[in-house]
Each structure stands twice: as structure tokens, then as C-alpha cells.
Design a protein around this ligand. Structure first.
Ligand SMILES: [Zn+2]
Ligand SMILES: [Zn+2]
Length: 279
């Protein structure tokens, strides 16, 4: 008789560089002990998609089976922008990044919701809904994941109700969410408190959340400042993350660290620390 052992393997990794070719991101992630990774699929500081040689694309697709990969949108697009030109360029960028994810075999594209630049939250949310709906016209299974914000200045999407409102408005199963622990904490949600998590997921629906950005917070609860800290060195702390990751099936999501590099803790050590908190 064969004994079937089901080994639970969490998907944990960090944002890694694509320097030297997009396919090189896999070896970087593997060296750190990652079972998941996040990358930019183009130059993060440009508007136009940088070219990828077809050999690189091929190599990436071949390696894309052993590890969960997540793409993050570049920095410049602002899908909440009231400026027509910026908005149009941002939608185009979202569209192009979707197409590239599709080609590379990446299942998730994370995007920030951006800033309404003083035009008001409602107008900003309306633009986000428009942009996402336009990008979802791409015929692909790639999911767009909207990331919650810390709530600084005119940023859109720090309140869970606003995220849930977008899901209601867009109504496409390919729309999902990426929750960032530092941003939640900065927005005033104490993620170590299971009652707070019950409130969050009763509004948003846990199955809509596919990726979690696991970042400690440099600043205090409700600071509205987006300052990431290494796990255990910020205001959430190791015990806070232990409680957070022990909540229902939250640890079965894809967990991505976006913490400072070369600081208080080594990258591989930090991945091992988070793995230890979920097992
Ligand atoms: Zn994040
Ligand atoms: Zn952040």
C-alpha cells in the first residue's frame, strides 16, 4: 500500500531584480529559498515597454513552472489620474503589462491605484474602475490585483470598503486584490488583531485576495506613511506577523516581501523567518 503524504508548501518569496535578463530572476529567487517571487516585466522607471529578446521570453516560460511568479506594474502609471493624457498612458501601460504577463505565463499583475491629485476620491475610484475594465479587454487569464494603499496625501484605495466597491463596480472574476501588511497597518488596520481581520474579510471576501505583500511598518499604526521595514524590525513585529499568518487560511495565499535589502537581516534569513511563521 502506498502512503500518500501531502506536504503543505507555502508560496513565499520576495521582489527580485530582472537585471541580466528576465529569466535570471528565477535563480536569484531560488538562491534565497523562495517558492514565489515578484518582478517588474519591463523597466520600472519608463513609460514604454522595454523589449525582451525572444530567447529570454522562452527561457522564462520554461522555468515558470516551479515557482509562483507575480508581476508588479512600473512606477509612472497613475490609473486614478484626472489628467487625460496621463490616464490614457496609464491605461495603455496596464494593457501592455497584461499582454506581457500573458506571454511570459505570469498569472498575476499587481497595480497600485494611484493618486487622484486633488480631484477627489470618488473621481479617482471611477478612473481606476475605467482603467481596469479597459485592461481586462485583453483576452487572457492574467488577473489584475489592485493593491491597498497607506493613505498618504491623495492616494486612492486605503479603505477596504473602497476596494470592495471596485469589485462590485467591475464584476470580473479576473479582478482580485493584493493586500500589503505595511499599508494596512499605516491605514489604521491592526493586522495582528483577528477581529480586525474578520472585519476586513467580511467586507472584501478572502477569496478575492490572491497575493499578500508581507512588509513590516517603520511607522506607527495609522501613520498613513508607506515606509517598509524588515520583518520583526518594525511596529508589526514577529509576534504580530505570527498572529496575522495564523489567521484562517491566509498563509495559503502567495506571500511576497518588499522589505529593505542590506539592512538589519539577510534576504535568505528573512524568507526563512517568514516560512517559520507559517509552518
Ligand atoms: Zn506592496
Ligand atoms: Zn509600500
Amino acid at each position: 500500500m502506498q502512503l500518500l503524504l501531502l506536504v503543505y508548501m507555502p508560496f513565499i518569496g520576495r521582489h527580485v531584480s530582472i537585471a541580466g535578463g528576465i529569466e535570471s530572476s528565477f535563480s536569484r529567487a531560488e538562491e534565497l529559498g523562495c517558492t514565489a517571487m515578484q518582478i517588474f516585466v519591463t523597466n520600472p522607471r519608463g513609460w514604454r515597454l522595454s523589449a525582451i529578446p525572444s530567447a529570454s521570453e522562452e527561457a522564462f516560460r520554461k522555468k515558470a513552472t516551479g515557482i509562483v511568479s507575480v508581476a508588479h506594474m512600473p512606477y509612472l502609471p497613475n490609473i486614478a489620474s484626472p489628467n487625460r493624457e496621463t490616464f490614457a498612458k496609464s491605461v495603455r501601460s496596464l494593457f501592455e503589462n497584461m499582454e506581457r504577463c500573458d506571454k511570459l505565463g505570469i498569472g498575476y499583475l499587481v497595480t497600485h491605484m494611484g493618486s487622484h491629485l486633488g480631484s477627489g476620491k470618488e473621481k479617482g475610484l471611477e478612473n481606476v474602475a475605467k482603467a481596469v475594465s479597459a485592461a481586462l479587454e485583453v483576452d487572457t487569464e492574467v488577473r489584475i490585483l489592485l493593491e491597498n494603499e497607506a493613505g498618504h496625501n491623495n492616494s486612492v484605495g486605503d479603505r477596504i470598503e473602497d476596494l470592495a466597491g471596485l469589485a462590485e463596480r467591475i464584476k470580473d472574476r479576473r479582478l482580485g486584490f493584493c493586500l500589503d501588511t505595511c499599508h494596512l497597518f499605516a491605514a489604521g488596520y491592526d493586522i495582528a488583531d483577528h477581529g480586525v481581520l474578520d472585519d476586513i474579510f467580511s467586507v472584501l471576501g478572502m477569496d478575492r485576495v490572491h497575493v499578500l505583500h508581507i512588509n513590516d511598518a517603520k511607522r506607527e499604526l495609522g501613520s498613513h506613511l508607506d515606509r517598509h521595514e524588515n520583518i520583526g524590525y518594525g511596529h508589526i513585529g514577529v509576534e504580530g506577523f505570527r498572529r496575522f499568518l495564523g489567521y484562517r487560511n491566509i498563509a495559503s495565499k502567495t506571500l511576497i516581501l518588499e522589505t529593505p535589502v542590506g539592512n538589519s537581516i539577510g534576504e535568505a534569513e528573512e524568507i526563512a523567518l517568514v516560512k517559520g511563521l507559517v509552518s
